[in-house]
Design a protein around this ligand. Structure first.
Ligand code: SF4
Length: 464
């Protein structure tokens, strides 16, 4: 790829787990309106397709320098009890709004490190929540596990509760890269954790890998992929390292001179993609690779793939309830996010108040452009409406025509589709439909032209 093309498209861009993206949500949403619309969405979706739950468990025992998650580092495990009490109280608040027992279709434990919590505490959390709920016959329960502290007892406990999928954070398996990123995790730990999950009965094991880490070379990447694939995970998330030290202060501890240049990072992506595809993993959407036996691959093949705050999912439910500090909920017509500060989260829950501090109600225009962004992210293409909304012609089509000239998409009057060359820039194609971001960029450019200083721009990671 030419340097000029790379520099034009390798720009900061959102990951589109929502539209509009979080920086465009409003502070202090109307909590009464949120409750009313939550109840309506629950009544619409619960009986038909069930609901999805995301529980954010924020504690980790040690800090990984590259981390971009909402986490709290501590080795003091007495924090578990207080946090579980709060999240269960938050669940009860929502539970009281539900006229009928909730039917749980998806349940995901993310963090932080969910396996920071003891098996007994995870058991208490899930059994209490499910005590007066119905588990959907096609339920999917999953957890993010840390290979260093996921024990057989964790796995047996979770299996008995209905969990069948675990994702392990692998990142890079080379000791020198692990030392630089502050995540010491020997290969044997990953082997033991993977074998233990399968022995416990888990039917799906995912690995998360990262390219573009400091000091990471193609040789490092090849070693990581070779070793990881020897354990035959069902699914690989192959993430780009997002270096945003202005937002994630722990990343300031990374020596930025060790980061690969844009062209080298693109090479790492293409090299890693080739290695994964050679071993039978199929590229699905933005950064995911799956074996043809994996349910994500099947959903992608049959056009049923969906994307939300949990990333790619096989279930396109209408209601995702996020519980815990910083957790995000999506009820179709609106989004809400809990406070990111643990202290503020505890304060709100203790006062019997919803902990939401940010939110957004979608307009009819948002719904149209959200559909296009989801289709690009999940299918690699989107079809235009018979009558284009005026804003599509004004904001989107000029950008798509540029991308067409550069060979990243094919475009006609019916719609747009990514080409192979355009795959690394999928998020840039989504951005062509992001009216909030495009308008914001225009306002900033206009203010600069008038010699005025605009407010700081939202911070996103580069496309690759
Ligand atoms: S990468 Fe995971 S384990 Fe490491 S600090 Fe972040 S949330 Fe914790």
């Amino acid at each position: 790829m030419s340097a000029s093309l790379l520099s034009r498209y390798n720009q900061p861009v959102p990951r589109y787990t929502s539209y509009p993206t979080v920086p465009f949500w409003k502070a202090n949403p109307d909590t009464q309106r949120w409750k009313t619309e939550f109840i309506a969405a629950f009544n619409r979706h619960n009986e038909k397709e069930g609901i999805s739950l995301y529980l954010h468990l924020p504690f980790c025992e040690s800090l990984c320098l590259y981390c971009g998650c909402n986490k709290k580092i501590t080795t003091n495990h007495s924090v578990e009890g207080e946090y579980l009490d709060a999240i269960l109280k938050e669940w009860r608040m929502y539970r009281q709004m539900m006229e009928h027992p909730p039917m749980i279709r998806e349940l995901h434990l993310g963090g932080g490190t969910p396996t920071f919590f003891s098996p007994d505490n995870l058991h208490r959390l899930i059994t209490t929540m499910l005590a007066d709920a119905v588990v959907h016959p096609e339920h999917s329960f999953s957890i993010e596990g840390h290979p260093n502290n996921t024990t057989r007892e964790h796995l047996d406990t979770l299996y008995a509760l209905g969990f069948r999928r675990i994702s392990y954070g692998v990142q890079d398996l080379n000791p020198d890269v692990q030392r630089i990123i502050g995540r010491w995790q020997p290969l044997e730990r990953l082997e033991d954790a993977t074998n233990a999950a399968r022995a416990a009965g888990f039917t799906a094991v995912n690995f998360d890998l990262i390219y573009g880490l400091p000091a990471q070379t193609p040789k490092h990447l090849q070693y990581t992929i070779d070793q990881a694939l020897s354990l035959r995970p069902d699914r690989i998330a192959f993430y780009s390292y997002a270096h945003t030290p202005s937002v994630n202060c722990n990343q300031r501890l990374i020596d930025s001179t060790l980061l690969p240049a844009a062209n080298d990072k693109l090479y790492l992506y293409q090299f890693g993609k080739m290695l994964l595809e050679e071993k039978g993993y199929v590229n699905i959407g933005m950064d995911h690779f799956a074996l043809p036996t994996d349910e994500l691959y099947i959903a992608w093949k049959t056009g049923k793939l969906h994307r939300n705050f949990m990333g790619y999912t096989v279930h396109n439910g209408g209601l995702l309830l996020g519980l815990g500090v910083s957790a995000i909920s999506d009820i179709g017509s609106a989004y809400a996010q809990n406070d990111k500060s643990l202290t503020n989260y505890y304060r709100a829950i203790t006062a019997d108040q919803p902990a939401i501090t940010k939110g957004y109600w979608l307009t009819p225009e948002d719904q149209v452009f959200k559909r296009h962004i989801l289709d690009i992210a999940c299918k690699g293409e989107t079809q235009f409406e018979a009558t284009w909304p005026a804003q599509l012609a004004v904001w989107t089509l000029p950008r798509l025509r540029e991308m067409e000239k550069d060979g990243l998409v094919t475009l006609d009057s019916r719609g747009v589709a990514l080409t192979d060359a355009g795959r690394p820039f999928l998020r840039q194609v989504c951005k062509a439909f992001d009216l909030h971001l495009l308008r914001d960029e225009k306002i900033r450019a206009d203010l600069s032209l008038c010699g005025k200083q605009p407010a700081p721009a939202p911070s996103f990671s580069n496309a690759i």
